[in-house]
Design a protein around this ligand. Structure first.
Ligand code: SF4
Length: 468
């Protein structure tokens, strides 16, 4: 049974490291402690604990998962808005609340938070502004006041060199999407009561699916202000409020409709591959083992298309399959890779850390991935790649003259088709020859004049590999 004063909080905080801890890690007089209690109360009193996902920051508020009795995601520094976006989109019925400080939100995470607000993501952000970095020892934050002394501005912040305090609410108020933007304080009882109402408002808006809400809370940090609790609260009222006036900047909730944001539909393999055909339904088959592939080489070698070809062949056989490219900045000229997973049952993750089959077209890829191949697995590598590193024990290595064959056949760009021939020859995919060939032809659907040529190249390469 929870007592009144523990509403929304765990009865004890054993994850602090002490089995029966009842006190938080916050310093005496810290605004976080007050806000933590108000947040927990609002969540519990509105009956939202079972629906709430808190996204915890890096900073002094990092340990809220010790205290608030609800679901939590711990985000990387400044990335609470990104994590909250994911949570809110994946669980549209949840009440998602990001809790962040001014270093986390105002500095490293500002763009994340700003873009999420601009998109009107369905979460509430509770933003603690204590005008400095608390956890790391009181350095200047974007919200540090003009003239305020911190460990990195020992003579006081000088706007000439470090800029002016960042007004998060005012900046966010220039955006169209947010439904609610307000600034409150927890520096005295009257203000705490106003903050209590505002925090409840943020929860209610999320409960009703109204959209993005930003609540900035001015909070004392006696430790880094180097003041007692009373003076720190006074500093909040007399100095911080001059720079950061309290008030409701926006409340559009009365004329904003609740709406569930649809989860964007991922393109199916068929759409990626064959230009919009709908995929035949997959058929669950627990007897088909999951196989994991990694295809890697230089950008431009057609390595991603090769992976897509295997995924398409799996689709044609109504298997579950995922294709996951990785090219980013390496897309042109550097290494590119893709993962493919094929199985008889629904696949949990598209990434492949330990492939059953690795196909490599260049040396950096080979050296990067060969050590990851599972025991009993197969590595197919172009013969131009020097084998300075041996595959792990129990892994077969096949060297294939894919690039040389493609050049010899007069189509240097078809090295990936040569590799497909190798996959067929070594029975590496567990997929039928017809499916692989049909998939190859489908990959040229937009260039039908190349279909027969590539089919011929595939057969030629197969014959050559069979002779070797
Ligand atoms: S350092 Fe400041 S913000 Fe952090 S817990 Fe202590 S008083 Fe609170």
């Amino acid at each position: 049974m929870k007592t009144i004063e523990q509403k929304g909080m765990y009865r004890e905080f054993p994850r602090c490291g002490k089995p029966h801890a009842r006190t938080t890690h916050y310093c005496p007089g810290c605004g976080h402690g007050i806000v933590n209690k108000l947040v927990a109360e609002a969540c519990a009193e509105l009956g939202l604990q079972d629906r709430t996902i808190f996204v915890d920051p890096v900073g002094c508020g990092v340990f809220t998962y010790y205290y608030w009795d609800a679901a939590h995601i711990s985000a990387a520094h400044g990335r609470a808005a990104a994590a909250a976006t994911g949570a809110a989109r994946a669980r549209p019925g949840a009440v998602t609340i990001a809790y962040q400080g001014d270093g986390d939100l105002g500095a490293i995470g500002f763009n994340n938070a700003f873009q999420a607000a601009s998109r009107g993501e369905k979460f509430g952000c509770i933003f603690i502004n204590n005008s400095l970095y608390g956890m790391t020892g009181g350095q200047m934050a974007p919200t540090t006041l003009d003239g305020e002394k911190t460990t990195t501005t020992p003579f006081g912040r000088d706007p000439a060199t470090t800029g002016f305090p960042l007004h998060v609410c005012e900046v966010f108020n220039a955006l169209k999407a947010p439904v609610y933007i307000a600034r409150v304080s927890v520096a005295d009882t009257k203000r705490i009561m106003q903050a209590r109402q505002a925090i409840r408002r943020v929860f209610e808006l999320q409960r009703d699916g109204k959209g993005y809400a930003m609540l900035e809370i001015l909070a004392p940090c006696p430790t880094n202000f180097r003041m007692n609790a009373q003076d720190a609260a006074k500093f909040c009222i007399e100095e911080m409020e001059k720079e950061f006036p309290l008030g409701v900047f926006r409340d559009d909730s009365s004329h904003v409709e609740s709406a569930v944001r649809e989860i964007p539909r991922a393109a199916s393999c068929a759409e990626l591959f064959a230009g919009g055909e709908s995929a035949p339904p997959v058929a669950d088959d627990p007897n088909v083992p999951e196989r994991r592939f990694k295809f890697a080489g230089y950008g431009g070698q057609g390595i991603l298309s090769l992976g897509l070809c295997v995924a398409e062949a799996a689709r044609l056989e109504r298997r579950h399959t995922l294709w996951f490219p990785s090219y980013g900045p390496e897309q042109r000229g550097g290494s590119a890779s893709c993962s493919v997973v094929v199985g008889g049952l629904r696949i949990g993750a598209p990434t492949v850390e330990h492939p059953d089959v690795l196909v490599c077209m260049n040396q950096p890829s080979y050296e990067r991935f060969v050590g990851d191949v599972r025991k009993g697995g197969l590595v197919i590598v172009d013969e131009t790649v020097p084998i300075a590193v041996q595959p792990p024990e129990g892994v077969r290595l096949k060297r294939v003259p894919a690039i040389a064959m493609a050049e010899e056949f007069g189509v240097p760009k078809a090295a990936n088709t040569m590799m497909l021939a190798a996959l067929k020859t070594f029975k590496a995919t567990g997929l039928g020859d017809d499916s692989l060939e049909t998939a190859l032809c489908a990959s040229f659907k937009k260039k039908p004049q190349l279909i027969e040529k590539n089919r011929e190249l595939l057969h030629r390469a197969e014959r050559r590999l069979a002779e070797d």
